[in-house]
Ligand binder design. Structure first.
Ligand code: FPP
Length: 218
């Protein structure tokens, strides 16, 4: 497995748009859900590769606010794959999972389910406006450090690297605010074929990039 070029030079937070499960299955003449099952196995492999690569945070896009438009059978299959339903059981299951893993220190895994970046920014803005209306927040003090405190990701650092598999070069409403200065990798590999070796190569390539944040090279 390739390592980042210089120690500490790799991405701390990698966000991944797992795309291509359906096409992977269709190419094999199988139903889309077959591809989702194959894709789920890759999640474990990629997360387990993180500690050696120096990646401390991984956020995966598992289901968007727009994915409800897919067929009822695909949505139902995905939900059972997540072993949850988006109801009270989901919340208690997630709470349980968070509690079970609260002592873990290796990798912080965030699974974005029923997530949409615009929806998140709208909800954050609503809460911010409520605080202004309640006199808890001075509108003149609102700056670009204020809104992130209201985002779902308030406890996470911004992603350094965003990977999308399957050849599409778009971000499909994923972490819109947070990825303003992220590096992007759009790769042709379909998600079920994305392996730890390829992930390692992308992490290594990140270490060779120069991030300027609008400034000039030092
Ligand atoms: C965005 O593309 C991609 C996502 C929201 C990820 C969706 C992934 C799954 C449903 C599979 C879940 C993964 C596993 C491993 C079970 P899009 O197709 O929603 O948006 P687009 O139409 O803009 O391409």
């Amino acid at each position: 497995m390739p390592k980042p070029i210089r120690e500490g030079n790799g991405p701390r937070h990698v966000a991944i748009i797992m795309d291509g499960n359906g096409r992977w299955a269709q190419r094999r003449g199988r139903p889309r859900l077959f591809g989702h099952h194959a894709g789920a196995k890759r999640v474990r492999e990629i997360v387990e590769a993180c500690p050696d690569l120096g990646v401390r945070y991984v956020t995966i896009f598992a289901f968007s606010t727009e994915n409800w438009r897919r067929t009822q059978s695909e949505v139902a299959g995905l939900m059972s794959l997540f072993r949850v339903r988006l109801d009270k059981k989901l919340v208690s299951l997630m709470d349980e999972l968070e509690l079970m893993t609260s002592g873990c220190t290796g990798v912080n895994l965030t699974i974005a389910i029923n997530y949409g970046g615009r929806d998140e920014v709208a909800r954050a803005t609503r809460r911010l406006a409520q605080d202004v209306a309640a006199g808890k927040l001075d509108p003149d003090a609102v700056n670009e450090e204020t809104l992130p405190k209201y985002l779902d990701t308030c406890v996470l650092p911004d992603p350094d690297l965003v990977i999308r598999t399957s050849g599409e070069a778009r971000i499909s409403n994923f972490l819109l605010w947070q990825s303003a200065y992220a590096e992007y990798e759009f790769i042709d590999t379909l998600w079920p074929d994305f392996c730890a070796e390829e992930f390692g190569r992308l992490v290594t390539a990140y270490g060779n990039r120069e991030r300027r944040y609008g400034g000039v090279k030092a």
